[in-house]
Design a protein around this ligand. Structure first.
Ligand SMILES: [Zn+2]
Length: 223
């Protein structure tokens, strides 16, 4: 039976970093994968203009093709300023789209990230996916994003993975998707480097006895 799968990310590249391998694995299994980007990803950067936006859109489209994602939706809310919006402005469009896409499995951000957009997207997803009678959502999984999850304050919720996806067969697809986002990637020893992404997948994989894995915190699973 094929599933409808949805990733809700704050910014373009978060989906590839956080769950790119898992999304590619869903596609290989015949699932339909959708992605929603909540913020526009470039407006908070000084001097960012139309060129940056176009470059980011091209990168996102390339990553979409590499990962095999069916649809991408951009809510275009202000980057790094989601906390300036009424919470309903984030929740309502998500509720509408979730009602339309009817996903069984949802991937989204961890609630303890340094980036405020990530935290707010997490909260908005949890609100939009309240377990009301008739809800299609059976699993909500929170992913980590390098240079945000591990850079957060110790007082915020730590990322303690309890759900692993073996992406040994999808590792190179994930790396190709991240190559599409080369402008967002950095060189080692930066945390958001291709080398670190590989190390992390290896680490999570070895923790559960496989070559490479993506790790998640299960927020809610209904079987
Ligand atoms: Zn982000």
């Amino acid at each position: 039976m094929s599933n409808s799968v949805l990733a809700v990310a704050a910014h373009a590249d978060d989906e590839a970093l956080g769950c790119g391998g898992s999304l590619a694995k869903h596609v290989a299994a015949g699932d339909k994968v959708h992605v929603i980007f909540v913020a526009d990803g470039v407006t908070s950067r000084g001097g960012a203009g139309q060129d940056d936006l176009v470059r980011r859109q091209q990168a996102t489209e390339k990553a979409r093709q590499i990962l095999g994602i069916s649809t991408m939706t951009f809510l275009d809310l202000p980057d790094n300023r989601l906390d300036s919006l009424p919470r309903l402005d984030i929740v309502q469009p998500l509720e509408t789209l979730i009602g339309k896409l009817q996903p069984e499995i949802i991937y989204t951000h961890h609630y303890g990230d340094l980036n405020v957009d990530h935290r707010l997207v997490h909260q908005a997803v949890m609100t939009a996916c309240r377990p009301l009678p008739g809800s299609t959502v059976r699993e909500i999984l929170a992913f980590e994003v390098m240079s945000s999850t591990e850079w957060s304050s110790p007082g915020l919720a730590p990322f303690l993975p309890n759900f692993f996806v073996d992406i040994s067969a999808q590792m190179e697809i994930k790396m190709q998707a991240l190559q599409a986002y080369a402008l967002e990637m950095r060189v080692p020893p930066h945390s958001r480097s291709a080398e670190h992404v590989r190390c992390l997948a290896k680490h999570h994989g070895y923790c559960v006895g496989v070559d490479a894995a993506e790790a998640f915190m299960a927020m809610r699973v209904l079987r």
